[in-house]
Design a protein around this ligand. Structure first.
Ligand code: 5GP
Ligand code: ZN
Length: 138
């Protein structure tokens, strides 16, 4: 399988182990690890082992492991309520996401490009458990 890596990309460095991460799942095609700035407990990232900035630049074969990895993570976390999405930004866009977290429905996002709020230029998917009532007690 053709892989592609970019020396300056933090996610490519994480795949290669040059930047430490809390690894959850690794297959031939994807790598999954805990987000360093979690929006909720268990917030995970799934990234293809191919450096593509945007979704349309990723070879099709790299998509096949994304949803199975998300499923495994959800089961491992025991998460009954969670969102699979791509979010971006810790500024205004984060506020948008957090405000959506407080609502009943969350709009899935898939961000590609700066104007569309993509922050790390390596296609990635977030698995974000939605906290239940017991997570906010105390
Ligand atoms: P974006 O905002 O581009 O959709 O998401 C990038 C995500 O990568 C952010 O949630 C951010 O916390 C996470 N992130 C950035 N750098 C690192 C890192 O070095 N390690 C880990 N584990 N996560 C990172
Ligand atoms: Zn990369």
């Amino acid at each position: 399988m053709a892989t592609k890596s970019l020396a300056s990309c933090i996610f490519c460095k994480i795949i290669k182990g040059e930047i430490p991460s809390f690894k959850l799942i690794e297959t031939e095609k994807v790598f999954s690890f805990l987000d360093i700035g979690p929006l909720s407990k268990g917030h995970a990232l799934i990234i293809p082992k191919y450096h593509a900035e945007k979704l349309h630049e990723l070879p099709d074969e790299y998509f096949t492991d994304v949803l199975p990895a998300a499923k495994k993570i959800a089961i491992a976390l025991g998460a009954e309520n969670y969102n699979l999405l791509q979010v971006s930004g810790r500024g205004p866009c984060l506020m948008l996401i957090l405000s959506r977290f407080t609502r009943t429905h969350l709009t899935p996002l898939q961000n590609n490009g700066r104007i569309a709020h993509q922050e790390v230029d390596h296609v990635h998917f977030h698995v974000i458990p939605k906290p239940g009532p017991s997570d906010t007690e105390g």
